[in-house]
Design a protein around this ligand. Sequence first.
Ligand code: FES
Length: 244
Amino acid sequence: MSKTKSETKQSAEPEKVRIYIMGSRYDVPTGLTIMKAMEYAGFKITRGAGCRAGFCGACSTVYRKAGDFRIYAALACQTPVEDGMVLTQLPFVPAPKPKYKIDDLRPSANSILRYYPEVARCLSCNACTRVCPQEINVMNYIQDCLHGKLAKAAEESFDCVQCGLCTIRCPAEIPQYHVAMLARRLHGKYNIPTPKYLEIRVKELEDGKYEEGFQELMTIDKKKLKERYTTRDFMDQKKGGGDE
Ligand code: FES
């Protein structure tokens, strides 16, 4: 059964949505991501953007919606604009990242607490988990770190893109994503065997086996570089000792 004109009109998506950036109204095409909508509105994004594909975590963003008291958080390159969305610039969140020498540490809760004592202040409020755009159970891996279960923490946090939204919401001021990185480093160094090809590849790099190739890649133009990437021989990579 075909739709009447008015039904079609009602069910059709509006072509534009109204958003507010730093207090000014912009009408932007529906379906754009926050990042693209900001560019459509004339903002040039030179910081706070990297991969534009949901992997690097550089574009963490907070926003409000019309008539809603809550603060929402998301990756700007992945989240479509909604009518009435209010966006503003936020100062960065200070997330301390202490320096450590992994060789001097042991894979234990003490190593975590030595550099991140605030982990012991975790209230188990779960605000970090609720905000995570990667749907990681952040609170769980923080509790695992606290109890020295680094294998579980490493596994749980593996998909972290380091956007820092967990830290924005944490009342205990824990930089969860940095804690997770330390847990993964400790687990990788001490608890799992070194992958078969890693040592071989590191040795080859140290011996300069790929130096000539790197130098060549740095001189060719972008078009040729893309061509080389898309036509690369996967079988050759395997012969050379890639992932099995
Ligand atoms: S720009 Fe990399 S996750 Fe959004």
